[in-house]
Design a protein around this ligand. Structure first.
Ligand SMILES: [Zn+2]
Ligand SMILES: [Zn+2]
Length: 357
């Protein structure tokens, strides 16, 4: 048996491709995952020996030149750390037999999974929009098999049933016979699973994704990029990429829906006599608002369309709440002026409370 075919890789495969193919096979054939399956155990041994040769540049070169190669030292164990079994195995049970012989139609085509990633934008970026370049690890359609998950073979006898098309199992004195799942009872196989993608039709890649974040995004908003997720299985449509946005806070502005709120301090004299004051806005410079004479603490002014931009167009409003700063008067002249002012304005501020104040 050709060692390359055993691992399901091309003769020109890179060392990394060979290691990947070995890991995938070893993962699905590992005795721990296939307790009591003698065929899987035998195939696991064969695959491990093949990797013992092809996984070593020296031995691989000798094998390529036609020399018989004997693996004397123990086969290197490839660690499975960092591998997510559920993802790599596609969520379903993929056995060696299924990968290598089940006709494509009997395996399920499926839409790719959505991928989700969080991104933080500052308050200012949420107002004017931002761009992010993200590193994304995603399944892409496998170039080796064109996303189909298997490659054509010259017809050859099925290895699992040794060309008989049926498997026998003994229980007590009874012998059961069932159609071989690897060749669907035909005894011959004409296709095998693609070794590059373990028959999934897709393989993992890391790539950079450029995302434009529109102005006005709300905290927790989910930005969906159709087709930016994992490639589908066996030619299914791709999933979406979803960017979940965290938006930073701002020392002056508080957001409520698409409206913004801020507090602007006025001096007692500005509030009493009226004034033009600068009010900050979330983008661009401050705007001047006119505060009428007799403005009270807590009074709110509404600036239309000065709030957060709406992704669908337009803007919310900006609400400005007035806080009044009272000076601390400690000099005699100041105190005299305050007394004089009080005599000119004798209203009782607590008249609504009913008491005498
Ligand atoms: Zn493939
Ligand atoms: Zn068979």
């Amino acid at each position: 048996m050709d060692l390359y075919a055993l691992l399901g890789v091309r003769r020109a495969a890179s060392a990394a491709e060979i290691q990947r193919a070995y890991k995938r096979l070893a993962r699905s054939l590992h005795p721990d995952l296939n307790p009591g399956d003698a065929v899987a155990a035998e195939q696991y041994g064969a695959v491990s020996r093949a990797f013992g040769v092809l996984g070593n540049p020296d031995r691989r070169a000798r094998y390529d030149s036609g020399e018989p190669v004997v693996v004397a030292d123990p086969v290197p164990q490839v660690g499975f750390e960092g591998f997510d079994f559920s993802v790599a195995r596609g969520g379903g049970e993929v056995s060696f037999g299924e990968i290598f012989a089940t006709p494509r139609a009997e395996r399920a085509m499926a839409r790719g999974e959505d991928l989700e990633q969080a991104a933080h934008v500052s308050f200012e970026e949420s107002m004017r929009g931002a761009e992010r370049s993200l590193e994304v690890v995603r399944f892409e359609s496998c170039p080796a098999c064109g996303g189909i998950g298997e490659v054509e073979l010259d017809p050859q006898p099925c290895r699992r049933c040794r060309g008989t098309g049926s498997l026998r199992a003994r229980r007590g004195h009874l012998v059961f016979s069932r159609a071989c799942p690897d060749c669907a009872g035909r005894g011959r196989v004409t296709r095998r699973g693609c070794g590059d993608c373990a028959g999934e039709g897709r393989s993992l890649h890391t790539e950079r994704l450029h995302v434009r974040i529109p102005p006005g995004v709300r905290p927790g908003e989910r930005l969906r990029i159709p087709g930016g997720g994992n490639a589908g299985r066996l030619g299914g449509p791709p999933g979406d990429f979803v960017l979940v946005l965290e938006v930073g806070s701002h020392p002056l502005f508080r957001r409520e829906g698409d409206d913004l709120h801020c507090v602007v301090p006025l001096s007692m004299f500005e509030a009493a006599g009226g004034a033009h004051v600068d009010v900050p806005t979330p983008d661009g410079g401050p705007v001047v608002i006119e505060v009428p004479a007799g403005t009270q603490a807590g009074q709110r002014f509404r600036l239309r369309k000065r709030g957060a931009p709406r992704p669908e167009g337009g803007r919310g409003d900006l609400f400005v709440e007035v806080r009044i700063e009272i000076p601390t008067v400690v000099d005699d002249r100041g105190r005299a002026l305050l007394r004089e002012l009080a005599l000119l304005h004798p209203q009782d501020p607590r008249r609504a409370l009913g008491g005498k104040g």
